[in-house]
Design a protein around this ligand. Structure first.
Ligand SMILES: Cc1cc2nc3c(=O)[nH]c(=O)nc-3n(C[C@H](O)[C@H](O)[C@H](O)COP(=O)(O)OP(=O)(O)OC[C@H]3O[C@@H](n4cnc5c(N)ncnc54)[C@H](O)[C@@H]3O)c2cc1C
Length: 327
């Protein structure tokens, strides 16, 4: 059994597979385990109410959403059974519930026998779990957007499965992302969380040629705004705030306008892709025998909105291991 990708989904799948008596080989293209999870805020969450999940992600696959929504609490308890210590026992958002972990400690707890700098071979045979983290690198390059993810997830899992006739999910053009300070700001991986320009609800949004594209309403997560702004836009606000000052210190363009307001140059940063391989509730890729996709290599969970990528990775990683162990 081969698992490709030692991010959240791959690490979880390997740990559960070992627990169930399997001997998985876990390969990782990058120079370290942890994937985008290591860079994340590491809040693993679900909507408190099922109807809110459906309303927030209306184009998503209902069966997968149901699986994640119903299994997440047990999955978090499983993580704790391995020794994972939450740093928060709940989210700070009344609409959601979950746990927050320290990403480095979680990675260290889960990462065992990872073969680093070993990319997924194109001729890999089943049983195979694809957990390569979707295609944020490729999507960012194609659209001229910033990358706000690990630098290795360029769609290898998707390509391998597609070449063998796999079915794809909805949402292939969509991403979860954040407005980030536009170049020439220098953004290091460790600043991905701190430099997110998350005050869109207070901003007018202008294009480079001054057209006002402020949407009439905004989702609480502002992911819709990240889709809208693309590679270059301006947030115009009355007053500065901590995030603007952090952006300014990183070299972002922040202008004082004639009307006294501030204009901050922003660009969308791609955190993960929302579309991917179509899977069933046992994480099996539709149309292929013995090939699974976990994490954001699986697609169509949050189409039309935003949901926790880490919850998707945790639940589908467990589902893949359990299905393989069941034979
Ligand atoms: C700044 C930031 C903040 C975030 N905050 C949150 C949050 O609070 N809550 C939340 O739910 N989500 C959050 N996310 C998103 C979350 O981190 C991802 O959705 C999640 O990590 C996806 O898990 P995954 O296992 O599918 O992918 P990843 O964790 O990215 O792992 C994929 C792994 O596959 C490896 N890989 C790629 N290609 C190959 C290949 N060819 N062969 C072998 N290995 C390969 C990669 O190197 C990587 O290690 C955040 C992300 C970022 C960057």
């Amino acid at each position: 059994m081969l698992i490709a990708g030692a991010g959240m989904a791959g690490l979880v799948c390997a740990a559960r597979a070992r627990e169930l008596g399997l001997a998985p080989a876990l390969i990782e293209k990058g120079t370290r385990p942890g994937g985008s999870m290591l860079l994340s805020s590491c809040v693993i969450w679900r909507h408190r109410e099922w109807d809110d999940f459906r309303a927030d992600c209306p184009g998503g696959d209902e069966a997968l959403q149901r699986l994640i929504w119903e299994r997440l609490d047990d999955a978090l308890a499983w993580l704790e059974s391995l020794g994972a210590e939450p740093v928060w026992r709940d989210t700070e958002n009344p609409r959601t519930t979950g746990r927050r972990y320290a990403p480095r400690a979680l990675t260290e707890l889960l990462a065992r026998d990872v073969r680093l700098e070993t990319p997924l071979p194109a001729d890999a045979e089943p049983p195979l779990v694809l957990a390569t983290g979707g295609y944020p690198v490729r999507l960012a390059q194609q659209r001229g957007l910033l990358l706000r993810a690990n630098p290795w997830s360029d769609g290898a899992g998707l390509e391998l499965a597609r070449a063998r006739g796999a079915e794809l999910s909805s949402g292939l053009d969509e991403f979860y992302g954040r407005a980030m300070p536009a170049p020439p700001a220098r953004i290091r991986e460790e600043d991905y969380v701190r430099l997110a320009q998350l005050y869109g609800s207070e901003a007018r949004v202008l294009t480079d040629d001054g057209r006002d594209i402020t949407p009439p309403s905004l989702a609480w997560h502002e992911n819709d705004l990240a889709q809208l702004i693309g590679p270059s836009a301006w947030y115009v606000v009355e007053h500065t705030n901590e995030r603007i000052e952090a952006a300014r210190a990183a070299g972002a363009t922040v202008r004082q306008r004639d009307d006294g307001r501030l204009a901050v140059h922003v660009a969308a940063g791609v955190t993960h892709t929302i579309g991917g391989l179509r899977v069933d509730t046992r994480a099996r890729v539709a149309g292929l025998e013995g090939i699974y996709a976990a994490g954001v290599d699986a697609g169509g969970v949050a189409t039309g909105g935003y949901a926790s990528g880490l919850a998707q990775a945790l639940v589908l990683g467990l589902a893949a291991a359990e299905d393989l162990a069941a034979g």
